[in-house]
Design a protein around this ligand. Sequence first.
Ligand code: AMP
Ligand code: FES
Ligand code: ZN
Length: 316
Amino acid sequence: MRCHRCHAPANVEIRRSRIAFCARCYPDWFRAQVQERIDHDRMFRRDQRVLVAVSGGKDSLALWHTLMRLGYRADGLYVRLGIGEYSRRSQAKAEGFANRHGLLLHQVDLEADHGFVVPDLVEARSGKPCAACGTVKRYHFNKVAAELGYDVVATGHNLDDEAATLFGNLVHWNGEYLARQLPVLESTHPGFVRKVKPLYRLSERETAAYALVERIDYILEECPMAKGAKSLAYKDMLNCLEEQQPGAKYRFLVGFLKQGRSVLPAAAPEAADVRRCSRCGQPTTAELCAYCRMADRGRRKHETKDRKYGRTPVGP
Ligand code: AMP
Ligand code: FES
Ligand code: ZN
């Protein structure tokens, strides 16, 4: 195949569109796709400050790189989740990227600042901490953005992530989650910062190719706690389908956003009685927010481990 733009021999094929690009033209195509989504979905403007949640993986670093190259004011946020060597290596990738490009990276350290780590949050039913970890991450993305005055939080969720989430929500008929599955989540309350996913129409393969061509140094391994997670099974299934029907993943997600959402019952309106958590001040509908309740459980578990292994307890 030849490059769609310059007709040189192609290196990256976009199967769903039946086009391909050489390594020189591909990054421009990728950035143009992201720019088009930011503008079309009104994610943010050039005069706004963006906080990019970076995990050290290819998607979030490719997103940060893209926003930098497109001229946006984008700083990073890395949350130290305390998942052993995996967290240390991903932190090093996030820091390395920020240093190399002279970008500002904020960090939250769960163990040092909050007295627990994600492995303390393993749930009895699933045997995994992934759902709780999602709550922890979203809490800190919002808190840091609100406290430091960012207009928007951007995450690196790609087409594969979003299609797998959609598939899972359909398998389990999670109507409430389906109604909220959007590439832009508006701020519904002064304490909630809007959330956007600028890569939601680009596949994992396409972001990996961007990271490779732009020589972004990212962590290759997946989170060890996610092994056997349902989301990975959904991704595998969708990849099998994609193999036989190029573009199926894209049509599944984009079709849902364009048409499927309209047949859903309207999302339940945000509860009107949003107030401040009595401990941390973040918006919540309860006296104590879900994060603070979870953190209490995590700290208790952490302290038990400390006693068992003779470590000094940490925490606020
Ligand atoms: P995941 O939930 O691991 O699939 O990650 C989805 C998105 O959340 C990533 O693309 C990042 O934008 C963000 N993210 C994941 N882990 C972290 C972390 N430790 N610190 C900051 N952002 C993260
Ligand atoms: Fe949260 Fe793996 S990154 S459990
Ligand atoms: Zn709280």
